[in-house]
Design a protein around this ligand. Structure first.
Ligand code: ATP
Ligand code: MG
Length: 592
């Protein structure tokens, strides 16, 4: 299949058409096998993510297009073509071979957004190793815990990260044989490390990807740890079929597009949609080394002429907090599609997109476990602000009522058909990027399934037209005086108040009501917490939600506890309020 065929099929480069003009038809006719065919087979047999993302473009003769535009902190831009990334990743596969690494071994990276991370990812996959990213802001404990669970044999990192985060725990990691530093060589190398660049220089360019069983493990992603100890979700090469299809359907990616995913590559979004899906779809992806910076972000959207932008509610709220004026200094006429993931996207955020960029944000829902987008608001279709959207073609989602045994294990799951009924969001297993297990925790994996459904652990409802609405994580949903209260719904209302920048809502035990609602609020600049403002916010919420759902009390906080991927940790708000143990805080933003 050529680039031209794909382009004709999915819109001409630069002039894309919405693929999902007819949602019902797309769902009725969708076929995973056809998607597999579009991706093409690995010449040696089977399916390999790195081939689907890089090499097939080189084979098609379109390898000279820009795959990745790297922007350094100092705003130096460097283009990498598909052919160059393919060659560099082949070299890295040779490095692994030269080191005596075996297929199936685990290759980790601990780094920010640097080119070597992407080379390591695809090189490891070409070699047949399992790749796992570690978030660069982790402290030594979370780093060693994950390397240990994952049995990491190779680690690619930087000199400073090595010294601060790995060296203190290295003697606890006997399996970690090779540490390659991307920014040190020769005499600068600390004992027990090698130079990434020197090894790459010494390795050859030629690499034939061996036959790859689509079921072979490819990726190990740790969950965010929002609800408890992070779990290691395992994914197979087959996942790329879903990365590719959802990139086209949910993100509206077309060859030739400029695409920017702001997620850190330490998390599943930064790999699934910050590397694999965009390259499998033939776009130019922007990789910005810098962390969040509102002015810089607007500049990138403008100067890089970004067509499709995938970001997160926490980032959108941070932009909102800084006001519209900053955004007004730039033009966004190339921006065609805006999407968000990671947390519920408040209606305020959706509409703000429209005001500032002339387009709404399109919420998408998925998890580390699902590997790819499962539910989305599609380009060209109506956006219902506050809704996650509808299942992507090929995915069957439902709201189910789960029965559990005395130990809390699910024993049965029955779909509920009545629109608007709250229940657990469940998916029909079998999509290509479904996780194949939690590493080292088979029992926990089994607990995700009942009655022929994968149970997401999120509560949701579906409206009469088939749109899904997020209610809350099963652990966070509040039960008060016979009502089931969605923290998201209460938080969204609080965010409508001009003084509120962020809100986290929890239930506190109450002898009469069972639970009562308490809200923790972060204010916008220029506002100060006071009893009057608290009363005003309670009154504001009551007017919109009614007395039963509105918070009884408000507490002001300068910074709500968040995971490093930006999710509000309601379980910590609750534990702190009740004086209970905090549990696993390895992914807490302020740690490490
Ligand atoms: P852990 O499983 O360790 O507690 P986590 O669930 O936050 O952490 P991820 O897999 O990164 O780890 O996040 C997936 C979760 O994020 C979903 O289950 C859901 O609760 C939330 N989420 C993601 N996208 C959305 C969305 N669009 N709307 C609402 N919630 C979302
Ligand atoms: Mg989870």
């Amino acid at each position: 299949m050529s680039y031209e065929t794909l382009a004709a099929d999915g819109g001409r480069p630069g002039e894309p058409t919405a693929i999902l003009e007819d949602y019902d038809r797309a769902c009725a006719t969708f076929d995973w096998d056809e998607t597999r065919r579009l991706l093409g087979r690995l010449p040696a047999g089977g399916l390999n993510i790195a081939h689907a993302a890089l090499d097939r473009w080189v084979v098609n003769g379109t390898g000279d297009r820009v795959a990745m535009r790297f922007i350094s902190r100092q705003w130096q831009r460097r283009n990498y073509s598909y052919a160059e990334l393919s060659r560099l990743s082949s070299r890295f596969a040779n490095v692994l071979q030269d080191l005596g690494v075996e297929p199936g071994d685990r290759v980790f990276t601990l780094a920010g957004r640097i080119p070597e991370l992407y080379v390591s990812l695809f090189g490891a996959l070409k070699f047949g190793a399992v790749y796992s990213p570690l978030f660069s802001a982790f402290g030594p404990e979370p780093v060693s815990a994950r390397l240990e669970i994952g049995g990491g044999r190779v680690l690619v990192t930087t000199r400073s990260l090595y010294r601060r985060k790995v060296l203190p725990v290295r003697d606890r990691l006997p399996a970690l044989e090779h540490v390659l530093l991307t920014d040190a060589s020769g005499a600068e190398l600390p004992p027990g490390t090698r130079s990434f660049a020197e090894l790459m220089d010494a390795a050859g360019d030629a690499w034939r990807i061996p036959p790859t069983d689509p079921e072979a493990l490819a990726l190990l992603h740790f969950t965010s740890g929002t609800t408890g100890k992070p779990k290691g979700a395992m994914h197979a090469h087959e996942a790329v079929v879903a990365h590719y299809a959802t990139g086209r359907y949910a993100l509206d990616l077309h060859p030739g597009d400029v695409y920017w995913c702001t997620a850190d590559p330490g998390w599943v979004t930064g790999i699934s949609y910050g590397a694999i899906s965009p390259l499998a779809n033939g776009v130019t992806m922007i990789i910005d080394e810098e962390e969040f910076d509102a002015a810089r972000w607007y500049r990138i959207l403008d100067e890089e002429r970004v067509n499709v932008w995938y970001t997160a509610p926490t980032a959108i709220r941070m932009l909102m907090k800084q006001g519209k004026e900053l955004a007004a200094a730039h033009h966004y006429d190339r921006l065609r599609h805006l999407a968000s993931v990671g947390e519920p996207l408040n209606p305020e955020g959706v509409l703000w997109g429209k005001e500032v960029f002339g387009r709404p944000f399109h919420d998408t829902w998925w998890q580390t476990e699902t590997g790819a987008i499962m539910i989305a608001n599609f380009r060209g279709a109506e956006v219902r602000p506050g809704s996650m959207g509808r299942p992507v073609p090929g995915i069957e989602a439902s709201i189910v009522r789960v029965s559990r045994d005395d130990d809390g294990n699910p024993v049965a799951a029955e779909p509920v058909t009545e629109p608007g009924t709250h229940g657990e969001l469940a998916l029909q297993p079998g999509w290509p990027s479904m996780f194949r297990g939690y590493l080292g925790n088979e029992a926990r994996y089994r607990r995700c399934f009942a009655g022929g459904w994968y149970l997401s652990g999120d509560m949701a409802k579906r409206d009469a037209d088939g749109w899904f609405w997020f209610v809350g994580r099963a652990d966070d949903v509040i039960k008060s005086a016979g009502h089931l209260i969605s923290p998201f719904e209460v938080e969204s209302v609080l965010l409508e108040h001009p003084a509120v920048a962020e809100a986290g809502v929890i239930g506190l035990p109450d002898p009469v009501a069972g639970e009562v609602v308490k809200a923790f609020v972060e204010l916008k600049p220029g506002h100060a917490g006071s009893d009057e403002l608290a009363l005003q916010l309670v009154g504001f919420a009551r007017k919109r939600l009614g007395a039963a759902l509105a918070p009884r009390s408000i507490a002001f906080s300068s910074r709500l506890p968040r995971t490093r991927s930006g999710k509000i940790m309601r379980r910590l708000l609750k534990a702190r309020e009740l004086g209970l143990p905090e549990g696993d805080t390895s992914t807490l933003e302020q740690n490490g």
